[in-house]
Design a protein around this ligand. Sequence first.
Ligand code: SF4
Length: 274
Amino acid sequence: MTAHELTQLESHLMRQVTRACSDFGLLEAGDRVLVAMSGGKDSYALLDLLLALQRRAPFKFDVVAANIDQGQPGFDVRPLEQHLQRLQVTYTLVRDDTWAAVLAKIPTGNTPCWMCGRLRRAVLYNVASGLGCTKLALGHHRDDLVESLLMSALYSGVLKSMPVKLRADDGRNLVIRPLAYCAEADIRRYSEAKTHPIIPCGSCALDPDLKRKQTKQLLDQLEAANPNVRRNLLHALQTVVPAHLLDRKLFDFSTLTADSAPHSADPEAAGQSQ
Ligand code: SF4
């Protein structure tokens, strides 16, 4: 990738991050944002983009970084630490040996990711509170959101995705996902071009999340025929037509009569496909 192409890609990602921040009120003056750094491409990209946004935003906010070393075999935090030092970002590295607990809690043959992420999140909440942070930023992107939407519908029977802004269960933290509009492929290309020092996780490679893998494959197959599939699913998350769903808490069918006013969302438009 040429320097010009990288600049263009970064501008593209910045526009999407800025739009997500604006659409969902993710950042405000005086915020102190803790970026959860896993050592993966998404968190490196998130940190870069938030630092770039910090330089351009018309208001002031702080960005700090944290990594939680959960004691996975072979995890080496040094490349990440050197990277954070190069960026001159305030950071904290926390060693919290939750890996043994992850292994103890997951049934044999299941992916460790769900439990691993859950225990890491609990540590991150404490770190964020301890550092006086107002927001905890996570690196989930558009593809994570649409995969979660499908997985939740297919395997849990609930129509939901990852929230872009969430008040955490502990009641102390606000979790934000500024990469919600960014495509994983763009983040991957960006991270490769920036030569981020990725720290691979060998543990999930041994026991991959099979449902997520299958969902990704399904979306890839569909996108081979229509490259807009993931983009359309993201749009679907923002274009809900309660009257065309079956959740009676969202739409009162019992009072619907031939004289009722038309509902605000246009079902024809919602049904259009690209
Ligand atoms: S990839 Fe999965 S197992 Fe590895 S650190 Fe992330 S959540 Fe944990």
